[in-house]
Design a protein around this ligand. Structure first.
Ligand code: GLN
Length: 328
C-alpha cells in the first residue's frame, strides 16, 4: 500500500498500531475524523484496541504520535532531460490483460522515468485498434484468463509480423503470464492448439491443476530474488537454447515446476509468470527495461542517461522484503 501511494505521489508512513495512528493525527483540527479500515482477520483486534482507548484522554493519545514521513521519498519537480521524443510505453489490451493489477507495471515504468526527468508517454491499445509499434520503446502485456487470452491471440495473430519485427529489432517488451504464454509458439488446451506469436523459443501446455502461490526466483539481474505471485494452469517449456529470467526458483513453481526455471529473456523481451504487479517490488527489473529501451534509441541524448540515475527505493525494498517474509 505504501508503494502504491508513493507511485500516486503520496508519501505514507507505516504505523503499526492504532494508538500511534490516532496519535499521529490527534494534533490536526479537533473535528477531524479518523478512519480505521480493517480486513476480516484484523477486525476483532482492532475493535479491542479501540475499546481500550476509550478512557484515554487526548493528551495521552498525542504522546503516542510517531514522526511522520517527511515527503522526501517522493521526488517531484524534477527538471526534464532532453530527449529527441518522449519514451513511448505501449500498454496492450488493458481491458483483457490486467490480472492481479499487472497494469501497475506501466505506472511503475512511467513514474521511474518521470522521477529521473525522462519525458514519457503512455499509449493504450484496445481490442479492435490497429497496432502501431513504429516508435514504441517499451511494450507491456499483462496476464489474463484463458478466455481473454484467446481473444487477444485472435487479435494479435493477424498483426503478428509487427510484433515479430519489433522483437527482432531489439524492442523492449514485458509480458506477464498469459501475455508471456502468447509470445511462444503455441498454447495447448488439451487437444486444442492455440497458435502463439512465435517470437520466443517456448511453448505452453495446460496442466490438470493450477500452480498458485507466492514465488521467489534468483536472476542475474539483481542480487536479491525477484518476488511475485503466480496463478497459471499452463506449463511453459523453453527450448534448450533459450535463456530463463529466473535461473532457479527459490519458492513456487515458475515456468513448469520441473526444471527450476522462471520466465525468459530474449533480446529486449522479458516474459515472466510474476504477477503482483512485478515491477514496483522488483525495481531492478523495471530499470532493466528502461535501460534497454534507452540503449536501443542509441542517440547521444538517450545514451547520456545511462547508467540510470539511482532512485530512493526504500519503500520498494520494504515491499520486496515483506513479500519475501510471506514465503514458506
Ligand atoms: N490463462 C493462463 C493460464 O492459466 C494465464 C493465466 C494468467 O495470466 N494468470 O495458464
Amino acid at each position: 500500500m505504501q508503494v502504491r501511494l508513493k507511485y500516486a505521489g503520496i508519501d505514507a508512513a507505516i504505523i503499526s498500531d492504532v494508538a500511534q495512528a490516532i496519535g499521529a493525527v490527534a494534533d490536526e483540527a479537533a473535528d477531524d475524523t479518523f478512519y480505521a479500515v480493517a480486513n476480516y482477520t484484523a477486525f476483532p483486534p482492532l475493535v479491542k484496541e479501540l475499546d481500550g482507548l476509550k478512557d484515554d484522554d487526548a493528551s495521552s493519545i498525542v504522546s503516542h504520535a510517531v514522526t511522520r514521513a517527511d515527503g522526501s521519498a517522493v521526488p517531484t519537480d524534477i527538471a526534464p532531460v532532453e530527449l529527441s521524443r518522449p519514451l513511448r510505453i505501449v500498454y496492450l489490451y488493458p481491458d483483457a490483460l490486467n490480472l492481479y493489477a499487472d497494469g501497475g507495471n506501466v505506472i511503475a515504468l512511467e513514474r521511474r522515468c518521470a522521477w529521473r526527468g525522462i519525458p514519457v508517454r503512455v499509449d493504450e491499445v484496445h481490442m479492435g485498434e490497429t497496432l502501431d509499434l513504429t516508435d514504441a520503446d517499451i511494450v507491456m502485456m499483462g496476464g489474463g484468463s484463458d478466455r481473454d487470452q484467446l481473444a487477444v491471440a485472435h487479435e494479435l495473430l493477424a498483426q503478428k509480423d509487427k510484433v515479430a519485427a519489433y522483437v527482432e529489432d531489439g524492442g523492449t517488451l514485458l509480458a506477464i503470464c498469459g501475455g508471456y504464454q502468447l509470445l511462444g509458439r503455441s498454447y495447448y488446451m488439451g487437444e486444442n492448439r492455440i497458435e502463439g506469436l512465435g517470437v520466443i523459443a517456448a511453448e505452453t501446455v495446460r496442466g490438470s491443476d493450477r500452480l498458485i502461490g507466492n514465488v521467489a526466483v534468483k536472476t542475474d539481474l539483481a542480487p536479491e530474488p525477484f518476488v511475485g505471485f503466480e496463478n497459471h494452469g499452463g506449463r511453459t517449456l523453453l527450448d534448450a537454447d533459450a535463456t530463463p529470467l529466473g535461473t532457479s526458483v527459490v519458492t513456487g513453481t515458475g515456468n513448469n515446476g520441473d526444471d527450476g526455471f522462471e520466465g525468459i529473456i530474449y533480446k529486449g523481451v522479458i516474459g515472466t509468470y510474476l504477477h503482483g504487479p512485478a515491477l514496483p517490488k522488483n525495481p531492478e527489473l523495471a530499470d532493466w527495461l528502461i535501460t534497454h529501451a534507452l540503449e536501443r534509441r542509441g542517440d547521444a541524448q538517450a545514451t547520456a542517461l545511462l547508467p540510470l540515475k539511482p532512485l530512493d527505493d526504500t519503500y520498494e525494498r520494504t515491499a520486496h522484503d515483506a513479500a519475501m517474509k510471506l514465503l514458506p
